[in-house]
Unconditional design. Structure first.
Length: 292
């Protein structure tokens, strides 16, 4: 019975293979070895499939970003240029034909293919249909040989449910989006408005989740309208309005470095203000986050 079962699985494995032309190097996961792995955190969600002898197919969504797809290669034989992307039916769905999806860029790297959000959604839809998104590109060492890399839909549905669970817990932003942030102030405004508070709330959520953030530098600046002494005081009040908001919402005060500079010339975004728009750009509190 065991031998019969093993033979059946091996036969099905062969039937999952995409159509391979002579001279092609074909990489794909067999039916009985196709596994999807999900790595989950509040910072990122990853679904990956090991492709034997090639590397991995990876769906990756960072907090605050869209879902993207890329290939990680142990050693890529793909030539730089454009690869054909097709949707190939597994052999047990013989009534369907292979469809051309389009072309994607290939680079000579251990990450030879990186897709944008639209392309990622296209191949995701094909996997949901039970199809095998397949990339074909000639090798860098021969015009007669090609590389085919196929992504298997086997066991994908369960992995996707785990991925969706992960996305519900993602932070609204990632470090790159908040590392340098700015609160702009209207003329005469001395308190944070709803939009300002929403931005600071996202930063607070991130800082509480990432223990490697050890410093938030808060710097207050103004435009050059009015008296210099008043401008220095205004920059102080605005900087400390941000400072106090952080403290009141649970950020440790000892990581805050708060300073104020008024209309100091070297810090003006627009040195020679001519319009209200120029002054609006200079009237700001900037935030710089540092992490270990």
């Amino acid at each position: 019975m065991k031998n019969s079962l093993k033979f059946t699985l091996s036969l099905v494995s062969l039937l999952t293979a995409p159509s391979v032309q002579p001279g092609n190097l074909a990489y794909y996961a067999d039916f009985d070895t196709s596994q999807w792995n999900v790595n989950a955190s509040v910072f990122a969600c990853t679904m990956s499939q090991t492709i034997p002898r090639f590397g991995e197919a990876v769906f990756y969504r960072q907090a605050g970003e869209a879902l993207l797809f890329h290939l990680e290669a142990l050693q890529s034989d793909m030539a730089e240029g454009r690869a054909l992307m097709t949707s190939a039916p597994p052999s047990w769905r013989q009534g369907l034909r292979e469809l051309d999806i389009g072309y994607v860029d290939v680079v000579r790297s251990t990450r030879p293919v990186s897709l944008n959000e639209t392309q990622t959604r296209v191949i995701l839809a094909e996997i949901f249909k039970g199809m095998m998104p397949t990339l074909t590109r000639r090798t860098w060492y021969s015009d007669q040989d090609s590389v085919q890399v196929a992504v298997s839909p086997v066991n994908f549905q369960a992995a996707y449910r785990s991925y969706e669970s992960c996305t519900r817990d993602l932070l609204p932003v990632n470090f790159g989006q908040i590392e340098r942030s700015t609160v702009f102030w209207s003329s005469g405004q001395m308190s944070l408005d709803e939009q300002d508070r929403a931005m600071l709330d996202d930063i607070i959520l991130y800082v509480k989740a990432d223990a490697s953030v050890y410093s938030i530098q808060i710097n207050g600046f103004t435009d050059t309208a009015g008296a210099s002494r008043d401008n220095l005081e205004n920059s102080r009040l605005r900087a400390f309005a941000v400072h106090e908001y952080f403290v009141n919402h649970g950020v440790e005060e000892d990581i805050l470095e708060t300073r104020y500079f008024g209309e100091t010339a070297e810090y003006l975004i627009v040195p020679n203000e001519r319009t209200a728009e120029d002054r609006n750009r200079n009237r700001r509190v900037t935030l710089l986050l540092r992490r270990r």
